[in-house]
Design a protein around this ligand. Structure first.
Ligand SMILES: Nc1ncnc2c1ncn2[C@@H]1O[C@H](COP(=O)(O)OP(=O)(O)OP(=O)(O)O)[C@@H](O)[C@H]1O
Ligand SMILES: [Mg+2]
Length: 257
């Protein structure tokens, strides 16, 4: 275990999910899932609505407790972590949702600078300088003083990504980051995610049905259904030559969406 519970670079997989089970009451959502994610890898997670994709992401950063199994992130077992260790895992994990979740009463700059100031104790001037740099890197430096309601959906999602990056995460979890956007904005946001990975190289899990993005950025793709992994393969193989009939039907359905 790392000193102070901080997540750290490991020689083995960066994330290790072992026989994870999770139910809500009598509803079994995750039913014995196991997989690893290597350091710096981008994993695309697919599956029909309600199959547990968001739940799995929330379990990975300890927002949800699991009922059985282990989730090890950067050497910390999230399933058995103390509250101090969990806090470190959350601080080192960026989570970007479908619906942006920006603070509406704060400027873009403040949205990004808030967590470094409040959680890391960074001086406000440093956090604001960092926020300006991150806005450059997501391509909207001119929006620093705007409020979220005056931004397009694509711009809001860029702010959400910059806000996650402000905590210098070692793991980024994206939950359908483009599904609330129109096709043009989708492409913009996918480019930003691609750029973030090129520049920062952190480990990423992306819940998305964007096949072009998945094939060009992800190293692996996985289909989950009924709480189990149906198929897991290198991204290109997964989308172009899936082994399982279920995956073939799923890929066909998203092509036709
Ligand atoms: N907090 C909760 N309490 C009770 N049931 C929940 C809770 N969160 C999720 N569920 C249920 O767990 C199942 C999996 O939900 P989850 O949101 O993980 O699915 P998903 O794969 O992300 O779906 P979608 O593609 O629609 O986002 C669903 O049946 C959902 O209704
Ligand atoms: Mg979901």
């Amino acid at each position: 275990m790392a000193a102070g519970g901080a997540i750290h670079m490991t020689s083995g997989p960066f994330v290790s999910i072992r026989d994870v089970h999770k139910s809500y009451g009598s509803l079994k959502v995750i039913n014995g899932i196991s997989f690893d994610i290597a350091q710096g890898e981008v994993l695309v997670l697919c599956g029909p609505s309600g199959c547990g994709k968001s739940t799995l992401l929330r379990c990975m950063n300890g927002l949800e407790r699991i009922d059985g199994g282990d989730i090890i992130v950067g050497g910390v077992n999230v399933a058995r972590a103390s509250s101090e260790e969990l806090q470190h895992v959350r601080m080192s994990t960026g989570l970007v949702f479908q619906n942006f979740n920006l603070f509406p009463h704060m400027t873009v700059l403040r949205n990004i600078a808030l967590a470094p100031i409040k959680i890391k104790g960074m001086p406000a001037s440093d956090a604001e300088a960092l926020a300006h740099l991150l806005l450059e890197s997501v391509g909207i430096p001119e929006k620093a003083d705007e409020f979220p309601f005056r931004l397009s959906g694509g711009q809001r999602q860029r702010v959400a990504i910059a806000r996650a990056l402000a905590m210098e995460p070692k793991l980024m979890l994206f939950d359908e980051p483009t599904s609330a956007l129109d096709p043009e904005m989708r492409e913009e946001v996918l480019q930003v995610i691609r750029h973030v990975h090129d520049v920062h190289g952190m480990t990423m899990v992306v819940v998305t049905h964007e096949i072009g993005f998945a094939k060009s950025v992800a190293s692996r793709a996985m289909l989950v259904e009924s709480g189990k992994i149906v198929e897991e393969a290198p991204a290109r193989t997964f989308f172009e030559h899936p082994k399982e009939e279920r995956t073939r039907r799923f890929v066909q359905a998203i092509v036709n969406e």
